[in-house]
Design a binder for this molecule. Structure first.
Ligand code: SF4
Length: 326
């Protein structure tokens, strides 16, 4: 396998229109009408607190919604083909080949009874039609490319013998094995300490750039996206509230609150007080009139409790959903 080979798409890789997902047949909306697109090779961040709908967005793109959740409306155009209309088997066939997923908890993504190498080689055997010998060689090569020392030894080892960071490297190898056009990374560094997390982010960044894969990087940590994502979508209560390309220009009070709640960057010596966002993020079923952030917003006006603000386009790749923005 060569890392240089990659997709050749020219239009948007992904175009999501009015995507809505709910639990309980519409009773508990989790995603309430999302519109966004990803271009080939572009890394886009999707950020928000737990319950904002970002993971549910990812699962709906992959056709992996949990029991009780359903896609209510919208289209998911993946290289022009609407995934929402594909039967489940056809969607599963895309996984690994054209769509890669890096899960949050690598231990649950790996099978404890098979060796690391068998699990990676299986992708090449089943999905790419290679024989055992070829699949083994490709798996060992890939384990080396994701930075595992002594990849032949790693091939024969089992997941429980690896650290969290090494397991995540294996999951990345499996997600990128067949050079997918789009990779969805769902909080891939949450369970890792900051040093290993930084290594994993650099690894995802370099391998996907070499392949030309687009990446949707999901996180609750806005700072992680600096230097990684070209564009960021901020989600709150199932809606995009801001789209930005410049971290110095956060306009939505929720985005500003997320930023103020971050601890100072490690190693900078900065010593500033953390300012948490007051209150709790609402759950999927909570119906809040007007702007859903109003009960927690320091700038809320009377209109905010009455009317849902529109997502206004201020410039290309620059949208804000707030009554005060213009
Ligand atoms: Fe705050 Fe009002 Fe803007 Fe919502 S619309 S974020 S409540 S100022």
């Amino acid at each position: 396998m060569t890392l240089e080979s990659g997709p050749s798409a020219t239009g948007p890789i992904l175009e999501v229109n009015d995507l809505a997902v709910s639990f309980g047949r519409g009773a508990w909306p989790a995603v309430r009408g999302l519109d966004f697109r990803l271009n080939p090779g572009e890394v886009v961040g999707l950020v928000g607190e737990s319950g904002s709908g970002k993971s549910m967005t990812a699962y709906s793109l992959l056709g992996l919604l949990p029991f009780g959740a359903r896609l209510d409306r919208g289209s998911i155009l993946f290289q022009g083909e609407d995934l929402a209309l594909l039967p489940p088997k056809a969607r599963r066939n895309l996984l690994g080949r054209r769509l890669g997923m890096i899960f949050q908890e690598p231990l649950t993504a790996l099978n404890p009874v098979y060796s690391i190498g068998e699990q990676v080689a299986e992708i090449f055997r089943i999905r790419a039609g290679l024989n055992r010998k070829e699949a083994r060689a490709r798996a060992i090569e890939l384990l080396g490319q994701v930075g595992l020392p002594r990849p032949e030894g790693a091939y024969a080892s089992y997941p429980h013998r690896f650290s969290g960071g090494m397991r995540q490297r294996v999951v990345i190898a499996m997600a990128l094995a067949l050079n997918p056009d789009l990779v969805i990374a769902d909080e891939p560094t949450t369970a890792l300490d900051p040093t290993i997390a930084a290594q994993i982010i650099r690894l995802i960044q370099s391998l996907t750039a070499q392949r030309g894969s687009a990446v949707l990087f999901i996180t609750h940590n806005l700072r992680l996206l600096i230097g990684l994502a070209k564009r960021v979508l901020v989600m709150y209560h199932g809606l995009i509230v801001e789209e930005l390309t410049d971290f110095q220009d956060l306009r939505h009070p929720y985005s500003q609150g997320l930023w103020r709640a971050l601890p100072p960057e490690p190693g900078t010596g900065a010593d500033r007080r953390l300012i948490p966002i007051p209150g709790q993020a609402p759950g999927p079923g909570e119906l809040i009139p007007g702007c859903a952030f109003a009960p927690r917003c320091p700038q809320a006006q009377e209109i905010c409790h009455r009317e849902l603000p529109l997502l206004k386009t201020l410039a290309p790749a620059r949208r804000v959903r707030c009554h005060l923005s213009c």
